[in-house]
Design a protein. Structure first.
Length: 527
């Protein structure tokens, strides 16, 4: 945590949370944001600001003087549906315009309570419809923060429902996805949240959508049918009351085959991006967001369609990846990863020798070690499961399944990636080989079993209920370590580790894991 972030959290608590404590109502946001506007509305000289109309709705268009791209960012500001404007969100929108070289269209939608639901959403829809007359949807990203993140997802669900072309990607910064307020962090983070108080959360519905069904997906996208939505980035702070709104939404999208990426940032306040003048964490998050937008606006592919079996143009032009797959082996993980990524591949099957259990000699024609997995991608041959996974995630992941290199999780990700084969597998393999010696191997057992327990209890302690190795987000590190869990379970070593048993069951239930099993053939470690 930077010193600036530490100081900012104290300041917010003192200046804003205190006001919410006295007046726990979302309407308190209006004077707070209005007071901030003279500072936030300042634009650097390189930005051209225009007030335009799209579909009868006022929209602020910000363009960096050196525009390089045809794409567009369609931005929906936050402010609890009752406050804020394109001007209050300029610290983020002008940076996006400059860094991306793309115009940012920030919608000045109607606010509640004067204009309750669905007025604001209708405005966003009308403006987006008019924008796609000018810019192809495949070059547009829709995004927003807080209530604007909610409107981003609600708009995407409306587009889907009304058969209007979806944009290339979505992004949601600290979004509110569940007006029914069923996320547990609303209570568990009530103290830790630097801005809001719990009672204020219960004033959202009466101000924005009085008397409405709180599980209406256009109000609470968490209850919507999210299949087929474009790749989506979530950025949220781990101390936010709204943390669970992002976590559950991202998980729901992932389970439906959507390429949803969840980045949880430590200790940052709600929509910290707006404090980019001061916080290095805000500038880093904006850089990650820019990288995500660049990947999706420039790529012809649509990973959620690929996952549904329609290879993208990009994928069809790339030579088919071949996975040299040995039955009952570590290469099952590679099939699974490719299914998660929606990248087409071909399996070249090999059978273990019935007596020795070793790989057939033909595998040595592919790679001198004669082990599995090995993949070929065009002329390139890659061995070692960890290296293969890293290679595939970096080349085809478009930011999915690994934290950004600038994120605090990246080093933890690297450690877990190396841990599987570098540490955890060795004692498991020793147990297998030494077991063949019968009683003669007994003197080695305490050390071997001790090391197995050492590694498994370390992993077990690193996982929270319902979580993954990196916390809330499923990543390629879980795929790489799944073989450790499977090998340990098959040999009866996992009984005392409930978190690991639970994690393994959740991993094996993933649709992509099941698809890989169907393609890869019988796999003794799946039981
Ligand atoms: N550390 C390597 C291990 C590769 C490995 O030992 N693969 C086993 C399959 S699980 C294999 O090919 N065994 C057959 C043999 O050694 O003949 C990796 O992670 O890729």
């Amino acid at each position: 945590m930077s010193l600036q972030l530490y100081a900012m959290n104290l300041l917010l608590r003192y200046q804003i949370k205190r006001r919410f404590k006295k007046a726990p109502d979302v309407m308190t946001l209006r004077p707070v944001m209005e007071a901030q506007e003279p500072i936030s509305a300042k634009l650097p000289a390189e930005i051209v600001q225009q007030q335009i109309e799209l579909g009868g709705v006022t929209v602020e268009k910000l363009t960096a003087k050196a525009v390089a791209s045809e794409g567009a960012v369609f931005y929906i500001h936050g402010g609890g549906w009752v406050a804020g404007s394109p001007r209050t969100h300029r610290p983020l929108t002008w940076r996006l315009a400059t860094k991306l070289g793309m115009p940012v269209y920030a919608v000045d939608y109607r606010l509640a309570p004067e204009h309750p639901f669905p007025a604001g959403l209708d405005d966003c829809l009308a403006a987006y419809r008019a924008l796609i007359e000018k810019v192809p949807p495949s070059s547009i990203v829709i995004g927003g923060d807080s209530a604007g993140g909610n409107l981003t997802l609600a708009l995407a669900l409306r587009l889907k429902a009304e058969n209007i072309p979806l944009p290339a990607a979505l992004f949601c910064l600290s979004p509110a996805t569940d007006l029914a307020a069923t996320g547990s962090t609303i209570h568990t983070n009530a103290k830790a949240d630097a801005l809001f108080v719990e009672e204020m959360m219960h004033t959202l519905e009466p101000r924005y959508a009085p008397g409405a069904d709180l599980r209406n997906p256009f109000l609470s996208p968490l209850y919507g049918d999210v299949a087929g939505l474009p790749p989506t980035l979530f950025q949220v702070g781990d101390t936010e009351m709204l943390l669970d709104d992002s976590v559950r939404m991202a998980q729901k999208m992932q389970a439906a085959g959507v390429a949803a990426k969840l980045d949880v940032w430590p200790k940052v306040p709600h929509v910290w991006h707006l404090m980019a003048d001061i916080l290095p964490e805000a500038r880093r998050a904006i850089d990650d967001l820019v990288a995500f937008i660049r990947v999706h606006v420039h790529s012809a592919g649509h990973p959620s369609l690929e996952a549904a079996g329609t290879p993208s143009i990009a994928a069809r032009q790339t030579p088919m990846i071949k996975v040299h797959h040995l039955n009952n082996s570590r290469s099952q993980r590679i099939l699974w990863l490719l299914e998660e990524l929606g990248v087409p591949y071909e399996i070249v099957p090999y059978q273990r020798d019935a007596v020795t259990n070793l790989a057939p000699p033909e595998l040595k024609d592919i790679h001198p070690l004669g082990k599995s997995p090995v993949i070929s991608d065009g002329d390139l041959v890659v061995a070692e499961s960890g290296a293969i996974i890293e290679y595939l995630v970096r080349k085809y992941g478009q930011g999915r399944l690994m934290p950004a290199e600038s994120s605090p999780d990246f080093v933890r990700y690297l450690q877990w990636m190396h841990f599987a084969e570098g540490s955890a597998m060795l004692p498991l393999l020793l147990a297998l080989y030494v077991g063949r010696l019968g009683d003669a191997g007994a003197p080695l057992h305490p050390r071997i079993f001790g090391e197995i327990a050492n590694h498994l209890s370390y992993m077990n302690g690193a996982i929270e209920k319902g979580g993954y190795l990196l916390g809330h987000e499923f990543s390629a590190a879980d795929i790489q370590n799944s073989f450790v869990l499977e090998a340990a379970k098959l040999r009866g070593f996992l009984k005392d580790y409930p978190n690991l048993l639970d994690l393994l069951a959740r991993l094996q239930a993933r649709p992509a894991y099941r698809r890989a099993l169907e393609r890869g053939g019988p796999y003794a470690f799946a039981s």
